[in-house]
Design a protein around this ligand. Sequence first.
Ligand code: NAD
Ligand code: DAU
Length: 359
Amino acid sequence: MTSSRTLKNILVTGGAGFIGSNFIRVLLNNPEFTGRVINLDKLTYAGNAASLDDVAAAFPERYIFKQGDICDRAFVEGLFDEYGIDTVCHLAAESHVDRSIEGPEAFIRTNVNGTFTLLDAARKAWIGDFEGKLFHHVSTDEVYGSLGDTGYFYETTPYDPRSPYSASKASSDHLVMAYFHTYCLPVTMTNCSNNYGPYQFPEKLIPVMIENMLKGKPLPVYGDGKNIRDWLFVEDHNTAVWAVMQGGKLGETYNIGGENEWENIRLVNTLCEVVASEAGKEVQDLKDLITFVKDRPGHDQRYAINCDKLKNELGWTQSLDFEEGLKKTVRWYLDNRAWIENIKSGEYRKWMEKNYTER
Ligand code: NAD
Ligand code: DAU
């Protein structure tokens, strides 16, 4: 794996979320990284600082948590000054497609305005000395739109976002590249497929299904269940992000994917088998909970990533087989009931009730 940049004081945005908390854990446990991580997170419904309690205890000098909003210019500029930030890994976002359909405004604010605020704060802090600086933007394959039965998303695929979430992420991607071309801000970008693993908020497909199976509740499959996603274990996403941050070419994007396509209904059936075996339940009892519900408006049919560029240029590869990853994930949800129960706030319950009773 190419390793050319020395990154020292890394501002991670959204580090209390699913992927961000895993990124920080992986990074601080990597003996080759000796710098500091400053985690800037607003702690929205999706953020949970307690997800990093172990990291805070293990690395008291090198892990700093700052609660704040990426749209708050003065606060963000203050962090660049106070901590001598030389690197940004930008993950903070509103990330749930269904919520973007219900209420797009927060997505425009955080994903578009927030990304602009960070880019501009970085430009101001680093102007005249871009040497040794890096702004890495974590984005999604959803910016490419929806595939039919064949074909893949390449880095060169034209953008065609179809939900308020993906449109807001596409806008943020364009801003990142505009700052590279216009101001020479040193940027890299990654566009990844669907992640799964521990600490994922239980509103996304896999944790919703695991939770409902454990509670004996209906398993809500949207539409005909034939939509396809390309699944990647969260840690594999983050080793790829780190590889790009260290060795990726400035001004370029790298696709990250699982090369692991599953129809939703097939995935839910497999998950029933994994949960049955890990939790000691009857597979058929779980399968009987599968319920087809009203489809998501504008539901993208298929995502499939071609990540040859990342593999060929930076030597990255996926490390975990899907069945093993699902088993690991189910085990984590079984063993971490306190984390789950803690995040099930009133707000979360209201969202789940509304989302699933209207269909
Ligand atoms: P998440 O929703 O679990 O976490 C998002 C985090 O951002 C939360 O901790 C939240 O509190 C924080 N946040 C939200 N608004 C903020 C603001 N205004 N200021 C500061 N912090 C704020 O999301 P995730 O699934 O971990 O995704 C992280 C990033 O990766 C996102 O940019 C997302 O678009 C991208 N991504 C996600 C996936 C996936 O499958 N989950 C795949 C590809 C790309
Ligand atoms: O592809 C990357 C994207 O993956 C990320 O950019 C997003 O942040 C992330 O949320 C995810 O988006 P999806 O919409 O693909 O993920 P979600 O888990 O919401 O849905 C996955 C598939 O499962 C999708 O086809 C919708 C379907 N689904 C989802 C839920 C929550 C169901 O059938 N039932 C459900 O209850």
